[in-house]
Design a protein around this ligand. Structure first.
Ligand code: GLU
Length: 498
């Protein structure tokens, strides 16, 4: 098959886009870019009862945030539009007629109550009710009606159209990740293709659209694997050429047990959406709002199913496009590991250009460009997220609050004396060049019989408020000797009060 590569991401606007959906979009995007094809965004909104307001926009904005650009979409348009299924209603009716004419589909009039009662009766006998070849001739459908009866019923009653699944045969499906998948038609029910509200169901609309939009590869989540056999049968019934299929592995909870769900974000305390989502009055922060870079999210998502050949872990999007291949996607579930993601976020922050990081810092801390640049150099090696920077590094712009645990670690009978010696040293060296300060201070300490290892933590607590932070002399350089001495005397005050 030498067809043009055309892939699609086909979400339903039934809720915000979560990490699983974004991963599907990313895999499609990587393959399209690698194979120089086109990516189509199709909004599958045939189930009008499940539509969630704002979710279509959330999908679009999330893709934009992640840098996943589509070549054709409801907004952009394209040669195969409209790209929203609710705007394609007329198209589907034509294919339903074809299927009915061919005898591959039929009208069904069973009411909800009738179907419920069949289900109940089966349950009582320990069986499962499946609407297909073994009982369709006893049910309320056009297969059991004369032409006249059918005409009358169609005028009077509401109906659905069901697919007439072949009797006793095996559907052979091919999946690029899983190989051959065979399904017996005994296990497939006569799925509804067309609903009483005049809308097609997902199955029909999906197959018709993939055909009309000339999709070459259908790459979607594993949850659609059970629908594959029905789709294959539909392609065959409609005489459509089948696309290639690939069903991506499930994303599992951090515990490795069960599929990652939208609720797990709250349970495990990490974001689940790329960008924030407002649900009634609750705001769920996304990876964006929690300080994750889209580059890190893309890098991490690629590993949710992809098995790269070497040990390399940090990938830019260009490198992913280059190295990624469908052949290296696993079929087994991929565990979502928030710690690994945080590590990758840190790695990608290290790749941010100094000027760009200083802009982020100006915005977060309200500092001037010159200071932001100095701060960015100092804190970059310890920055895991790009939000809450002001909170984490407030000591760079205001006096620190002294952490009691750190204070108790440095407090002993010698602390005050050491503090006096250091303070005096700084007072006497206000004019000393910062580059010479370190060696001068070290010799002063050694003259006083103090080990630098004893003095440094004390200075750190005075300047930072706790036993962490950037290189001390970089910090002194940034704060200036005046501010340094002020902070040292504040610590002295605190110690004398203890
Ligand atoms: N509309 C389906 C969904 O919401 C898409 C399934 C497919 O890609 O075929 O995930």
């Amino acid at each position: 098959m030498n067809k043009k590569i055309r892939l699609r991401f086909a979400p339903s606007p039934t809720g915000p886009l979560h990490i699983g959906g974004l991963r599907t979009a990313l895999f499609n995007y990587l393959i399209v870019k690698k194979m120089k094809g086109s990516l189509i965004l199709r909004i599958e909104d045939t189930d009008q009862t499940r539509l969630v307001k704002g979710s279509e926009k959330h999908i679009e904005d999330s893709l934009k945030w992640a840098g996943i650009k589509c070549d054709e979409s409801p907004k952009k348009g394209g040669a195969y539009g409209p790209y929203k299924q609710s705007e394609r209603k007329k198209i589907y009716s034509k294919y339903i007629e074809i299927l009915i004419k061919k005898g591959a589909a039929y009208y069904a009039f069973d009411t909800k109550e009738e179907l419920d009662s069949h289900r109940k009766n089966h349950e009582l006998k320990g069986k499962t009710f499946i609407y297909n070849s073994h009982n369709r001739n006893k049910l309320n459908n056009s297969l059991n009606l004369s032409k006249e009866e059918l005409k009358k019923k169609l005028d009077e009653k509401s109906y659905v159209v069901r697919f007439k699944t072949k009797e006793n045969s095996t559907v052979k499906c091919q999946d690029l990740i899983r190989g051959k998948v065979s399904v017996s038609t005994k296990e497939i029910d006569d799925k509804i293709l067309f609903k009483s509200d005049g809308m097609p169901t997902y199955h029909l609309a999906n197959v018709v659209d993939d055909h009309l939009m000339k999709i070459s590869h259908v790459i979607r989540g594993e949850e659609w694997l059970p629908s594959l056999a029905l789709h294959v049968l539909l392609y065959e019934a409609l005489d459509f050429e089948k696309p290639h299929f690939a069903h991506l592995p499930l994303i599992l909870k951090p515990t490795g047990k069960g599929k990652l769900s939208k609720r797990d974000g709250v349970t495990f305390g990490f974001p689940i959406y790329p960008i924030s989502w407002k649900d009634n009055n609750t705001i769920y922060k996304g990876f964006n709002e929690e300080g994750y870079l889209p580059e890190a999210i893309n890098n991490y998502m690629a590993f949710l199913g992809w098995n790269n050949a070497d040990e390399k872990e940090v990938y830019t999007i260009k490198e992913l496009i280059n190295d990624f291949s469908i052949n290296d996607i696993n079929s087994s579930g991929a565990k979502f590991d928030p710690e690994k993601l945080l590590w990758l976020n840190f790695q990608h922050i290290q790749l941010i250009d100094e000027q760009d990081l200083s802009k982020i810092i100006s915005k977060e801390m309200g500092t001037k460009t010159e200071d932001s640049l100095k701060i960015s150099r100092m804190i970059k090696p310890r920055l895991e997220k790009i939000t809450n920077i002001k909170k984490a590094f407030s000591y760079l712009i205001e006096k620190p609050t002294i952490d009691q645990k750190s204070l108790s670690k440095i407090s002993n009978e010698k602390t005050e004396n050491i503090l006096v010696i250091i303070s005096n040293f700084f007072m006497e060296n206000k004019q000393t060049e910062i580059s010479k300060l370190k060696s001068k201070m070290f010799s002063k300490l050694s003259d006083s019989g103090i080990k630098p290892g004893k003095a440094m933590p004390i200075i750190r607590v005075a300047l930072v408020g706790k036993l962490e932070g950037p290189d001390l002399f970089d910090l002194i350089k940034f704060l200036g000797i005046n501010e340094t001495t002020k902070r040292l005397s504040l610590l002295q005050d605190i110690l004398t009060k203890i």
